[in-house]
Design a protein around this ligand. Sequence first.
Ligand code: CDP
Length: 796
Amino acid sequence: MSQALDEIKIGGLGASRKRVEDSRFIRGKGNYTDDITLPGMLHMEILRSPLAHARIKSIDTSKAWDIPGVHLVLTGEMMATRNLAWMPTLSYDTQAVLATDKVRFQGQEVACVIADDPYIAKDACEAIDVDYEPLPVIVNPRQAVADGAPVIRDDKESQAGNVIYDWEVGDKAGTDRAFEQADLVSKLQLHYPRSHPSPIECCGSIADFNRATSKLTVYMTTQAPHIIRAAVALVAELPEHMIRIISPDIGGGFGNKVPVYPGYVCSILASILLERPVKWIEDKSGNLISTGFARDVYLDGEMALRRDGKILGVRIHTDADHGAFFSDAQPSKFKIGLMHSAFAAYDIPAAHLTARGTYTNKAPGGVAYRCSFRVTEAMFFQERMVQAAADDLGMDQAEFRRMNFVRDEDFPHRTPFGFLTDSGQYAKCLDVGLKAIDYEEFRREQAEARKRGRLLGLGISTMTEPLGAGNSREYDILGIKMFDSAELKVHMTGKAIVRTGAKTQGQGHETTWAQIVSHELGIPADDIVVEEGDTDTAPFGMGTYASRSTPVAGAAVAMVSRKIRAKARKLAAHLLEVSEEDVEWELGRFYVRSAPDRGVTIQECAMAAYSNMPDGMEPGLENTAYYDPPNLTWPFAVYIVTVEVDPETGVWDVLKMVAVDDCGVRINPMIVEGQIMGGLTEAYAMANMQFITFDADGNCVGSNYMDYLLPSAWETPGFELHSEVVTPCPHHPIGAKGIGECAAVGGPAAFVNAVIDALDGTGVRNIDMPLLPDRVWEAITYRRDVSGAPPVRADD
Ligand code: CDP
C-alpha cells in the first residue's frame, strides 16, 4: 500500500478525519470559561460610560457599597493606588483600566462591582452615581486632525494632537517616476467600515488568587495565554512563575480575544484583594460596544498604468481610526500591520504607502479580525483598485489580472513593498475559477440580460496573504519575538501527548496536530492527545491569531516529531542489533535495509525507550521544538461570484460563488473546507449586512444583534470549493500554508466587485460596504458613488 493510503488509514496527512473536539462540543460537554465554578466564587460586573467623551467630576459609590451581597466596588482612583489605573497595550500605548480623569468612548469601563451573584453586582453598578461633564466628540479621523480638535489623549504629555503615527513604506521616488511615465492613472477612494469579530462566546475571566500558595490562576478567554502571563507579570508586578493562565474551550476568537481587556485586570485585582475567586463574564452588548473592533480605515489610492494594461506603480494612503487607545496587537515594526502586503500577487515595479493613525472617541479598534494584521483591508483595496483600473482601461477583468500576476517561474519574488513571496500558481487558480463559473457563458448571459433590463454582475477577487509571523528577525510583539513551540511525549505503550504554544478557538488543532505527528511517526492519530492553553504545561508560544498556527506551531509539531524519530532510530538500531546507518524508515516502522522483513514498530521503540535502551542513552521519548520560520507562508486564492441586482429595490442575490484556495499541503481537507466556508460566510456578511457605526455624539449604532447582523444558514449562499491547485510551501516542514483567514480576507471584494460590475454603464465606481439595498438603490437611481463613511459634523 502507498504511504498516502497508509496515512489515511491512521489519520495522518490528507485524512479528512472528523474533529475529535466535536464529540464533547455536540454533547454539550465543552468546558468554556463560564462553565467553570470555583468554591467561594464571587461575580464581577462592569459599569460603562454612557458618553463618548466627558470629564469625570465625581464618582459616588456609597449606595453600591450599601447593597447586601456587595463585597467590593472598584474605581479608577482605587486602581491608581496600586498603579493599575492604566495598563500598557500591545502596541506600546497605554489604556485606562478604569477611567480616572475622563471617559474617552461610549462603553468605557468606569467602575466594577464584585458581589455574591451577577445580578446583585449589576444592580449595584446602577447604584453608582457618576457626574460627567460632556466634552466635544470626535468620531472619525478627519475630525481628529481638524484645527482646534479637542485632544482626546490629554493624559499623555507627549501627545499634542490626535495623531498616533505617520508611517510610510515603499519606494517613493520610484513610484513618482512610474506615475510620470503612465499613460493612464486610475484612482479609487473607499472606506472599509468598522466591523466586529463578534464571537459567539463573549470575553471573560475567573481570577483565583491563593494567599497560602501565592499562586494566581486565571481561567480566561484568551487566544494568547503566554502573552497574557507576561503582561500580568509586568503590569501587576507578580512573579511570572506564580501565575498560571488557563485558556479552556473558546467559543470563537477571530482576533477579539487577543488584546488585554480591563475586565481581566479588574477580576485579578479583586481576587487578590478579596482572596476569593472572582468571575467576570461580559455580556453581548458589552462585547460589541467595548472590545476589539476591526478595520475602520479610509483607503485612497491610485494606479499608474500603461495603455497595454501593465501596472507600473501604486500609491496608497490610509487613515485608520484606532479609537481612544491604540491597543490592537501587531508586529511592532509595522504601524498599520501588514497593509503593505497589498499587491503582493502582482508584478509591480514600484509602490509607496503612507499611513496615518488617529485617536477618536470610539472603542479601541484595528484588531486583526480573521486577518493577518490589516491584510483584509489591503486585499480589499487591491482587488477593488484592480477592477477599477481594468474598467478604466476597458480591459477584461480576468485578462488584466492574468497579465499582471507574478508568474510561476518568477518565484522567489520581491513584492513592491519588500516582502519575499516564495511560491504559487496564480494563473492556474484563476483558470480553475473561470472554468468553474463558466466565465465566457456568463458574460454572454449578462449582455443578453442587460438588453432586457436585468442587472447581472461578476466579481473576481484574488488574494495572497502573509501568514505565520515570525520570522523573529522581523516580527515581535512588545519586543517578544514571534516564534512558536511544540512538546511531544511518547509514552511507553506508544500513545502520545502533544502540546503547543498555540490555542485553538474552533479551528480543530486537537485533530490536526495529531495528524502531523501521525504523518511523521506513524502513530495512529487516535493514539495522540493534543493539549493547548495552559501556561503551566504548554511550552511558551505566541498564541493563535493571524493564521499563524499551522505555519509556526504546526511546523514545530513536525520538527519535534522528527527529533523523536531520530531518537527512535537509535533505539531501533539497538533492538535490531545493526548500526544506525543500516536502518531505514517507513511510516510507523524501522527496518534493516538489507533485510526489510526485520523491523520494529515505533511503538516497540517507545517501549524500549523506557525498558531497554542502549548503554549511555538517556531514558524516555520526549522532546520540545521551538520553531522560528524562515519566512511567512503565502497561500493564494481566487474567489469569483455572480450576482443579480434588482434595479427597483437595490437588493442583490448571489447566483453562484466559486472559491479556489491553494494553501499548500492540506493536513485535513475537511477542516480546511470548513475554514473556507466560515471565512466566506463572514466575507458575505461584511459585504452585505454588517453595519456598526457611530452617530455624531459617539453613540454606537449597532451594538446589538438587531442592528449588527450575523448571517445564518438561511441568508448565506452556497459556495463551490475547489482544491485542485496545491503549491507546497517550500520552507514549511510539511509544505503547508495557513488557511484560517484567507476567505474572510479575499472574499469581500468579490461580492462588491460583482455588484459594481452589474452597475456597469452607470458610471458608479464604488459603493462602500455593507452594500445595503438603499445604498445600491441610491447608486443605481442617482448614478453616483455611495460612501458609507461615518457622519462628519457640519462645522468640520
Ligand atoms: O492559526 P489558525 O489555527 O487560526 O489557522 P490555520 O493555521 O490556517 O489553521 C486552521 C485549521 O486548518 C487548523 O486546524 C489547521 O491545522 C488546518 N489546516 C490544514 O488542515 N491544512 C493547512 N494547509 C492549513 C490549515
